[in-house]
Each structure stands twice: as C-alpha cells, then as structure tokens.
Write a protein that binds this ligand. Structure first.
Ligand code: HEC
Ligand code: HEC
Ligand code: HEC
Ligand code: HEC
Length: 127
C-alpha cells in the first residue's frame, strides 16, 4: 500500500513541475526526508481559493527580492528551490512549509479571522 501511494505521488510530482493549474487537493510529503516522523499533510487548493488567497501568496520565484511569478506560469514545486538544509537566503523545505502554512494560520487567528490548524496532528493526520 505504501509503495502504491508513493508511486502515485511520484507521478503527480513529475507532472506538477509543468502544471499551471493546481490539483483541487493533494498530499504533501518530502521525499528526501524519508523515513518520515509524521504522516503526510493534505492540502486543499480549493479550500484556500475559497478564502480568496492569491496564488502569489504561496507561489514565488524571486528575482532580486521581488516575486516575478504570476498566475498562469508553470509552477515549480517548493522542493526544487528549498532543500533539506537551509541555504543562505532561504529556509529549508520543512521550515518553508511550516513558516508559510502555520505562519498564515497563526497570523489570521491573532487577527480574529477564519484560519486553518496550527496543532501538529491537525495537519499531519493519519489517513
Ligand atoms: C495557501 C498556499 C497556496 C495557494 C494560495 C496556492 N497554492 Fe498552488 N500549491 C501550494 C502548495 C503547497 C503546492 C504543493 C507544492 C509542492 O508539493 O512542492 C502547490 C502546488 C501547485 C501546483 C502544482 C500541481 C499541484 O496541484 O500540486 C500548481 C500548478 C499550483 N499550485 C497552482 C496554483 C494556482 C494557479 C493558484 C491560485 C489560483 C495556487 N496554486 C494557489 C500552495 C498554494
Ligand atoms: C524558484 C525557487 C523557489 C520556489 C519554487 C519556492 N521558493 Fe520559497 N523562496 C525562494 C527564495 C530564493 C527565497 C528567499 C527570498 C528572499 O528572501 O529574497 C524563498 C523564501 C521562502 C520563504 C521565506 C519567507 C518569504 O516568503 O520570503 C518561505 C516561507 C518559502 N520560501 C516557502 C516556499 C514554499 C512553501 C514554496 C512552495 C509552495 C516555495 N517557497 C517555493 C525560492 C523558491
Ligand atoms: C495566506 C494564508 C494561508 C496559507 C499560506 C495557508 N493556509 Fe491553510 N488555511 C487558511 C485559511 C484562511 C483556512 C480556513 C479555511 C476554512 O475554514 O474554510 C485554512 C484552512 C486549512 C486547513 C483546514 C481545512 C479543513 O479541511 O478544514 C488545512 C489542513 C490547511 N489550511 C493546511 C494548510 C497547509 C498545509 C498550508 C501550506 C502548504 C496552508 N494551509 C497554507 C489560510 C492559509
Ligand atoms: C499548517 C500545517 C502544519 C502544521 C500545523 C504542522 N506541520 Fe509539520 N509539515 C507541514 C507540511 C506541509 C510539511 C511537508 C510535508 C510533510 O513532509 O509532511 C511538514 C513537514 C514536517 C516534518 C518533516 C517530515 C517528516 O515527517 O519527517 C516534520 C518532522 C514535521 N512537519 C513536524 C511537525 C510538528 C512536530 C508539528 C507541531 C509542532 C507540525 N509539524 C505542525 C505542515 C504542518
């Protein structure tokens, strides 16, 4: 079962590099960190789009500090730029996810807005 799942993810990830439209929902896991400490995280584009969050809030390609990526361009996966170790100008992949995902959820909670989870088990759910 695990192998079957991974096989499918491989396909999704291979195609994702060229995609301009997101999957409604996907399962995120960092291949390079296997064996994992936590179950993978379900991420729903559909649900986040429903919250009127711009694509550029999460997707970026920086050029001298400016985000040059615009909606309609192919999307590079986070793992193409964020590695297992931090680089001088950017966080490692795990922290890139945690900063972006938890960061927004936390900020919105503090502002009294509707937000996603911040507890480990609410994102890393056993399916
Ligand atoms: C709240 C954050 C967030 C928003 C908003 C968001 N995305 Fe994504 N998107 C992600 C994440 C996370 C991934 C998975 C990246 C990975 O696996 O490295 C992803 C993956 C993708 C992919 C690759 C295929 C896939 O579905 O895995 C495409 C294409 C994409 N997004 C397009 C868009 C577009 C177009 C919008 C705006 C309509 C958008 N995204 C809005 C976070 C977001
Ligand atoms: C094309 C390469 C590239 C891709 C793809 C990419 N990043 Fe980044 N990311 C960077 C660079 C470069 C920086 C540092 C930017 C700076 O501070 O000038 C960065 C910075 C960040 C930061 C620090 C805060 C910020 O926004 O500046 C977070 C968090 C982050 N990325 C998360 C993600 C996530 C999550 C994804 C996938 C949805 C992703 N990144 C995809 C290159 C990339
Ligand atoms: C810019 C803000 C923002 C970012 C970035 C963001 N989220 Fe969210 N997230 C939200 C909001 C707002 C909701 C509330 C949606 C709702 O209640 O319908 C939410 C809801 C969720 C939920 C709960 C959905 C459910 O089934 O109830 C999960 C899980 C989640 N986010 C995971 C993630 C992950 C994983 C990432 C990073 C890849 C991420 N989020 C990035 C704002 C954000
Ligand atoms: C808002 C959603 C969210 C929350 C909350 C969250 N994470 Fe994550 N975490 C992610 C995403 C997305 C990834 C990248 C996908 C993956 O590898 O599971 C990740 C990756 C990881 C990884 C690396 C992969 C692995 O399993 O070894 C660890 C460890 C981890 N998280 C631990 C935690 C812990 C501990 C907490 C609570 C303190 C936590 N996370 C809370 C979204 C979240």
């Amino acid at each position: 079962m695990a192998l079957f799942l991974l096989g499918n993810l491989g396909v999704i990830w291979a195609q994702a590099s060229l995609a301009t439209k997101p999957q409604p929902q996907s399962l995120i896991q960092i291949p390079a960190l296997k064996p994992w400490q936590k179950p993978p995280v379900t991420f729903s584009h559909q649900q986040h789009e429903g919250q009127q969050i711009a694509c550029t809030t999460c997707h970026h390609e920086y050029d001298r500090g400016c985000n040059r990526w615009v909606q309609g361009q192919p999307v590079k996966l986070c793992q193409e730029c964020h590695l297992t170790r931090p680089q001088a100008d950017r966080p490692d992949l795990k922290n890139a996810f945690h900063q972006q995902c938890k960061g927004c959820h936390l900020k919105r909670r503090q502002q009294g807005q509707q937000a996603g989870p911040i507890r480990c088990l609410d994102c890393h759910r056993q399916t």
